[in-house]
Write a protein that binds this ligand. Structure first.
Ligand code: MG
Length: 387
């Protein structure tokens, strides 16, 4: 069997969902999805030069070939690895169909039959305890036993800090600001309101989105300790692993990080220095299913759980679930589509996530069928539907 073509369709939801279609000379078609980013779709299409004529079974080698074709280094990152990740997923879909078995069977078999997810809640409509409690109540009512809130976009709405306002939508990520006493008290009141609303049995994580300095976020972690959080995510910018380790070593709340890092080489230092308590790569960004499995296995040597970051459509969500099924140290996977009312409709048949769990299909490959009408209706103006 040989690869004959690679095409893309970029859909616009709450994030850009870049779908990948790989075709073969035997009629098998693989579906994948990349994490978004400038230039990703172009790189996927250009990878046709690298892959056409190759046997799609040779996934690990083709991964290396694509890495070599884009930079030549194993520790690369950015748009190129996003692109490679989506293609890699499509190759697994083809291999599974060719071998007539679900992808998880090709990754070593599964530890579990369903993948637990948590609902990303963002934040309440207003920075008030009642609004945050309402948002939490809505997610739990849908059957999720774990939720996550962002605390980084509340200060400007409340305090009107002009340095943090970004087009009125919230605050500009990438800046750092000290946590003033008023902001600290507000965060504690909002997180406390959510915990009171959901009770002790629902897991609850909080995302800092890389915005704080080490001292302030250690203080924040201590303030949030009574609320028994599942984790505190991305407390500091992701680049300095030593600084991250300082936070983790001094935080009573588990620290979770990894969505900005690429490949096993990019995540190595964070894992081996034990700079985090929980590693959190994004599967369609880190290098694909096999690379995610390799990262998970490296973390498992340090008895470190793997939480899958995920802002994808049902395609990469289910793909990541196949990889997560094969990981000994899998903890939980993100669901970030609560506000996308066509999320379930993108796939033919039953919803991918029900009562907070992804049930792994017993079908060859990924085991899903794209609803092409729904996909076509959401293609971005700067993309096409697999043309
Ligand atoms: Mg995050």
């Amino acid at each position: 069997m040989k690869i004959t073509d690679i095409k893309t369709a970029s859909l616009q939801a709450n994030f850009e969902w870049i779908l990948v279609r790989v075709t073969t000379d035997e009629g098998l078609v693989g579906l994948g999805e990349c994490y978004y980013g400038g230039g990703v779709e172009t790189i996927v299409r250009r990878m046709k030069n690298v892959l056409v004529g190759e046997d799609p079974h040779n996934i690990d080698w083709l991964y290396q070939k694509m890495i070599r074709a884009t930079s030549g280094a194993g520790s690369m990152g950015g748009a190129a690895v996003n692109a490679i990740s989506g293609i890699e997923i499509a190759l697994w879909d083809i291999a599974g169909q060719a071998l007539k078995t679900p992808i998880y069977n090709l990754l070593g078999g599964r530890y579990r039959t369903a993948i637990r997810t948590y609902a990303d809640c963002g934040h309440g409509d207003e920075p008030t305890p009642a609004s945050w409690a309402e948002r939490a109540r809505g997610a739990v009512a849908k059957g999720f036993s774990a939720i996550k809130f962002d605390i980084d976009n509340i200060a400007p709405k409340r305090f009107g800090d002009p340095y943090h306002v970004s087009g009125g939508a919230g605050w500009l990520q990438g800046q750092q600001h000290p946590i003033a006493k008023g902001e600290m008290d507000l965060i504690v009141s909002l997180v406390g309101a959510v915990r009171e609303e959901i009770g002790p049995a629902i897991d609850f994580a909080v995302d800092c989105h890389w915005n704080y300095n080490t001292r302030d976020v250690i203080t924040l972690a201590r303030e949030l300790e009574p609320f028994k959080l599942m984790w505190l995510e991305d407390p500091t910018p992701p680049d300095n692993i030593e600084a991250l380790k300082r936070v983790t070593d001094n935080s009573p709340v588990p620290i979770c990080c990894g969505e900005n890092h690429y490949t096993r080489h990019g995540l190595r230092e964070m894992i081996v220095s034990q700079a985090v308590d929980i590693i959190q790569p994004d599967v369609p960004r880190v290098g694909g299913l096999l690379e995610a499995k390799k990262v998970a296995d490296l973390a498992d040597i340090y008895y470190m759980p793997f939480a899958a970051h995920n802002v994808s459509s049902p395609i990469a969500t289910l793909a990541a679930a196949h990889a997560c099924a094969s990981m000994r140290n899998f903890m939980i996977m993100e669901f970030h589509g609560q506000d996308v009312d066509w999320w379930d409709d993108l796939v033919v048949g039953d919803p991918i996530i029900q009562d907070g769990y992804v049930t792994l299909p017993n079908k060859p490959g990924l085991g899903l069928t794209l609803n092409e009408d729904v996909a076509r209706a959401h293609v971005r103006p700067d993309s096409t539907f697999f043309e």
